[in-house]
Write a protein that binds this ligand. Structure first.
Ligand SMILES: Cc1ncc(COP(=O)(O)O)c(C=O)c1O
Length: 357
C-alpha cells in the first residue's frame, strides 16, 4: 500500500491537521468497517448465543497473539485490558506492596501510572526522567521502577531495558506513547502496558498488559475470564498465563476494530513516523518555536510556550483546523506525529501558529 492510499484510510485527515494520536489516534475506514460489521451481527443475530460467545473468545485469542507479536513476546504473556491505566492497576494491585517498600517513578508520568502507584501503599520516589537519577534512586527497599517508555510530555525515550539490566529491579514500562509509534520489544521487561486507542488507532477501551512471569504476580482483581473453574466460596483455578489478568470482556466491535487497526499498520510505518516527526521538529524550529528535542526521541513533538497561554493557543489552533494539545501547567504544546502525517499537516500547523501569534 502506498503512503497516499494508507493516509486516505483516515477521513479526519481530509478535514483537519489531526495531531492527537498521543491522546486518541485517527480512526480509519477499515477499523470502523470492522466495528460496524460486528455491531450489525449483534443487531441481527443476537449477542448472547453460544456461537457468538465462542466467536468472541476466538477473536480475543487472535488479538492476544497479534499484540504479542507486535511487542515481541509470546501470547501467554499478554493480558487484554481496556487501557494502560488498567494494566498499571493490575500490576500495582498484584504486587501487594506496603509502606516499607519503595517504587521509583519520574516527574513526567501520566496519572494513569501515578494514580495506581499512589494507591499501592508503597513510598513513591519521584526523580527527574534521567537514567542516572533513576538508577541512583534505587535502595534496598526498591521493589519496582515504574516509568514511561516514551514520556508523554517531551517524547523522550527512556532506556527501559538498560535500566532493568543495570539495576536488577523489576520494571513496569508504561507503553502508552510507544506501542504503534516506535518499534517495541518487551522481552526482558517485567511489565509493559499497551494503549490501543492511541498510536495503534484502535477503538477506545482496548489495550494490553505484558507480564513476563504471570505466576509471579497475584491475580488480585479477578474477572470471570481469570478462572478455569471456581468454588461457591469464590476459590478459583487460575487460567494459564497472563490471560488470568484479563479484567473485562472487551466488546466484540472493539475487539474487531483493534484487530483491523493492528493489521493495517504499514511495514514502513515506524520509519516514516520518525522521519516526519523529525521534519516537524526542524520546521517548527525554523519558524521560531522552542522545540524540545531529547537525544533519544519518539514521535511526540513538543514546544515551549508561556504556561498561562497554552490552553488558549490550543483553542485558537483548533479554530484554524489544527488539532494538538497542551500539557497543563508545563508550558508545552504537543503535536502527535504519526506515520499518516504529512507536509500538509505540518504547513497547516505552521500557518495556524503564524495566524495566532
Ligand atoms: C504516558 C501515558 N500513560 C498513560 C496514559 C493513559 O492511557 P490509557 O487511557 O490507555 O489508560 C496516557 C494517556 O495519555 C499516557 O500518555
Amino acid at each position: 500500500m502506498t503512503f497516499e492510499e494508507a493516509r486516505a484510510q483516515f477521513p479526519v485527515l481530509e478535514r483537519y491537521a489531526y495531531l492527537q494520536a498521543g491522546s486518541v489516534g485517527p480512526l480509519s475506514r477499515g477499523t470502523i468497517g470492522a466495528m460496524r460489521a460486528e455491531e450489525e451481527r449483534g443487531l441481527n443475530e443476537g449477542r448472547g448465543s453460544f456461537g457468538a460467545f465462542m466467536r468472541l473468545l476466538e477473536a480475543r485469542e487472535a488479538l492476544r497473539g497479534e499484540i504479542a507479536a507486535l511487542v515481541g513476546v509470546g501470547g501467554e504473556h499478554v493480558a487484554l485490558t481496556a487501557s494502560t491505566t488498567d494494566g498499571c492497576n493490575i500490576v500495582l494491585g498484584g504486587l501487594a506492596l506496603g509502606p516499607a517498600d519503595e517504587v521509583i517513578t519520574t516527574t513526567d508520568e501520566h496519572f494513569g501510572l501515578l494514580g495506581p502507584l499512589h494507591m499501592s501503599g508503597a513510598k513513591v520516589v519521584v526523580v527527574e526522567p534521567e537514567p542516572e537519577r533513576i538508577s541512583a534512586a534505587v535502595t534496598p527497599r526498591t521493589r519496582l521502577i515504574a516509568i514511561s517508555h516514551v514520556l508523554w510530555t517531551t517524547g523522550a525515550i527512556l532506556p527501559v531495558h538498560e535500566l532493568r539490566a543495570q539495576t536488577g529491579i523489576p520494571i513496569l514500562a508504561d507503553g502508552a506513547q510507544s506501542v504503534g509509534a516506535i518499534p517495541v520489544d518487551a522481552t526482558g521487561l517485567d511489565f509493559y502496558t499497551v494503549s490501543g486507542q492511541k498510536w495503534l488507532c484502535g477503538p477506545e477501551g482496548t489495550g494490553a498488559l505484558v507480564v513476563a512471569d504471570p505466576d509471579g504476580l497475584r491475580c488480585d482483581r479477578p474477572s470471570y475470564l481469570s478462572q478455569d473453574g471456581y468454588e461457591q466460596d469464590g476459590a478459583f483455578v487460575r487460567k494459564a498465563g497472563a490471560a488470568r489478568f484479563d479484567p473485562n470482556l472487551t466488546p466484540a466491535a472493539a475487539t474487531a476494530g483493534i484487530r483491523a487497526s493492528i493489521g493495517a499498520v504499514p511495514e514502513w510505518g515506524y520509519e516514516r513516523a520518525f522521519e516526519i516527526a523529525e521534519r516537524f521538529r526542524s520546521r517548527l524550529g525554523e519558524v521560531g518555536c522552542d522545540v524540545v528535542t531529547p537525544d533519544e526521541r519518539a514521535t511526540l513533538v513538543s514546544w515551549r510556550v508561556p504556561a498561562d497561554g497554552s490552553a488558549a493557543l490550543v483553542a485558537r489552533l483548533a479554530d484554524a483546523g489544527v488539532v494538538v494539545r497542551d500539557l497543563p501547567g508545563r508550558g508545552l504544546i504537543r503535536a502527535s506525529v504519526g506515520w499518516w502525517s504529512d507536509e500538509s499537516d505540518l504547513e497547516s500547523l505552521v500557518a495556524g501558529l503564524g495566524a495566532t501569534s
